[in-house]
Design a protein around this ligand. Structure first.
Ligand code: NAD
Length: 339
């Protein structure tokens, strides 16, 4: 059997990546669409061959509770809407995948956690890179100390957004700027390369070069993550340039991805030569893995707590940038998370 997935929000990521990926999955399939626009719903219904009773608007979304063909609700809305739709999905008794960031504050994350616990449903973050073989190789090389213990990392994820996605520069819908949308991948990578949690961060905002666009959210952030034993990760994220790079230096060599965080076309090298890795469809693997976890009643490697952990780090990075000083982190409660 295959589990049914309903996509909430039919924007670029849902239609450009998730719908095509759901044609490649083995453990789940597209079973529902939720959108505010009738025209979009009809277009994608036809394209995907769905029945009329698989379509929902935001207003009648809660009726999804009565649809036994839908097992998983995948929230692919602007960040500030994640909380509301994750909670409504939980109350409808559906398992949930949330796109990153989990929400726009730790407070919101806790409310999602409570609703999920109360409804006793399963939850996964949409952290696709945990299922990408290039990033998995970075995890292996780092955590197994193949090039000795990692001492230094350089993690850059920036995207020139131009004027195309207004919600991203709108604090009310996005929460904040590139740190929550792109920089979150650097935070993730620093942890999955080392298998360790940061103990402090030090950050500053990048200078604003486009004041007309960045009135509400930051244009860029530059920060360092500190780990026990002196390991550091230099990180950078921006909305006005393109950077896509991940590098780790151990005591006996280095390993890197360039590009590192894209959906495809990743390439990896180490101090001993090129990585020889077959690319996969990250999103198909990610959704298949969660469907398998639900069917087998096993733990996902990208649980809700990981989304909360990352939001805790994000808030510390912003606090450090605002205060202009180092901010310590106590993430002990997340120590048992899978990496
Ligand atoms: P998008 O702007 O293309 O899509 C957003 C969708 O939400 C649109 O269909 C829009 O109609 C709908 N929507 C409903 N209410 C809205 C409102 N009040 N304002 C704006 N849009 C509204 O954005 P996207 O790039 O598809 O991003 C959606 C989510 O997916 C975000 O949380 C983002 O962080 C995440 N995302 C993840 C990845 C990834 O690689 N995992 C990539 C891109 C986006």
């Amino acid at each position: 059997t295959k589990l049914g997935v309903a996509l909430v929000g039919l924007g670029e990521y849902a239609t450009g990546e998730l719908i095509p990926a759901l044609k490649l999955t083995q453990n789940c399939h597209l079973a529902g669409l939720v959108s505010g626009e009738e025209e979009k719903l009809r277009k994608w219904q036809q394209e995907c061959g769905l029945k009329d009773d698989s379509l929902y608007t935001y207003d009648d979304f809660d009726r999804i509770a009565d649809n036994p063909d839908i097992d998983i609700v995948y929230v692919v809305l602007p960040n500030a809407m994640h909380e509301e739709y994750c909670i409504r999905a939980a109350r409808a008794g559906k398992h949930i995948i949330s796109e990153k960031p989990l929400a726009t504050s730790v407070e919101e994350c806790y409310r999602i956690r409570d609703a999920v616990a109360e409804a006793n449903v399963r939850f996964s973050m949409g952290y696709r890179l945990h299922f990408d073989p290039f990033n998995q190789e970075m995890m292996r090389l780092g955590q197994k100390e193949v090039f000795g213990p990692v001492q230094k990392m350089e993690l850059l994820d920036s995207m020139d957004i131009g004027n195309n996605t207004p919600w991203r520069v709108d604090e009310e819908r996005s929460g904040s700027g590139p740190l929550v949308n792109n920089g979150i991948y650097c935070i993730q990578a620093a942890i999955y390369i080392t298998g360790k949690l940061p103990i402090a961060v030090e950050a500053r905002f990048a200078p604003v070069t486009k004041p007309e666009l960045f009135k509400e959210v930051e244009e860029g952030v530059i920060w360092t993550m500190f780990f026990e034993g002196g390991t550091t990760a230099h990180c950078e994220t921006s909305y006005s340039k393109n950077q896509n790079f991940m590098r780790a230096e151990g005591t006996e060599g280095w390993f890197e991805l360039n590009p590192a965080y894209e959906y495809g076309g990743l390439a990896g090298r180490t101090s001993s030569g090129a990585m020889d890795i077959e690319p996969v469809n990250q999103q198909a693997r990610q959704m298949d893995d969660f469907a398998r976890c639900i069917m087998e009643n096993s733990e996902t490697c990208v649980p809700l707590e990981m989304g909360i952990r990352d939001m805790r780090i994000i808030e510390a990075v912003y606090e450090s940038a605002r205060l202009g000083q180092r901010v310590a982190l106590d993430l002990e409660e997340f120590a048992a998370l899978p990496e």
